[in-house]
Design a protein around this ligand. Structure first.
Ligand code: SF4
Ligand code: SF4
Length: 216
């Protein structure tokens, strides 16, 4: 009798799982959408005129518990200006073989230069490619932005970038102006702008079309 009860109990577990919501996803053709505040790959944001928000202060590197960030600061000059104020990051790297996506670096950043996106497809087949350079991390130029180096366009001093932005938060937006929301632009298709991850998304869409054709 006990054996029969045990059998039904066992099947009960099986049947209860058969009617639960399926959690399997059709990855990579239909990648799941992470939570809005998901910690994905980092972005180095820009001011609305295209200048970089990063001032090369290294606070993010000091805050990182995994020693994943490497920054070298450089001096801006009137002829070669990459950010408002005196300094910019001449070298900026994040090693994703080390990063644990804790977000302490973005908390430490005094200029909100560093934020995190929702992009999670970071697997690479060698360690070297897991070291993302400044060029890879920099936010794309949105319409109206100009590729640095160039003079300050929003005022005569860096105060116009920071104090002015406090008075009018809209003027501080760089990459945050994404139609998908703050830092969420990995798979966006804004005309004329190439977003990080857009290429992979396009490849995935092509592959999905191909696989549908194979099945037909
Ligand atoms: S998310 Fe955490 S581990 Fe990754 S770079 Fe930032 S501070 Fe370091
Ligand atoms: S990302 Fe922020 S904290 Fe890191 S060097 Fe640039 S300004 Fe400083």
């Amino acid at each position: 009798m006990g054996g029969i009860t045990g059998t039904f109990k066992g099947f009960g577990v099986t049947f209860s799982h058969m009617f639960r919501k399926v959690v399997t996803t059709d990855y990579p053709f239909k990648p799941p959408t992470p939570a809005p505040r998901y910690h994905g790959r980092h972005i180095l944001n820009r001011h609305p005129d295209g200048l970089e928000k990063c001032i090369g202060c290294e606070l993010c590197a000091w805050a990182c518990p995994a020693d994943a960030i490497y920054v070298e600061g450089g001096d801006n000059t009137d002829e070669q200006r990459f950010s408002p104020g005196e300094r910019y990051a001449s070298t900026y790297q994040i090693n994703y073989a080390r990063c644990i996506f804790c977000g302490l670096c973005i908390e430490a950043c005094p200029t909100r230069s560093l934020t995190m996106s929702n992009e999670y497809e970071l697997a690479r087949d060698n360690r070297q490619d897991l070291i993302f350079t400044k060029e890879q991390l920099l936010a794309p130029l949105l319409p109206g932005m100009e590729q640095p180096p160039h003079p300050m366009r929003l005022g005569d001093s860096e105060k116009d970038y920071y104090v002015g932005a406090l008075e009018n938060p809209g003027t501080s937006a760089g990459a945050e102006r994404s139609p998908m929301g703050p830092g969420r632009y990995a798979l966006d298709e804004t005309p004329g702008v190439t977003f990080p991850g857009a290429e992979q998304a396009a490849q995935r869409a092509e592959a999905a079309k191909g696989s549908k054709g194979d099945r037909a």
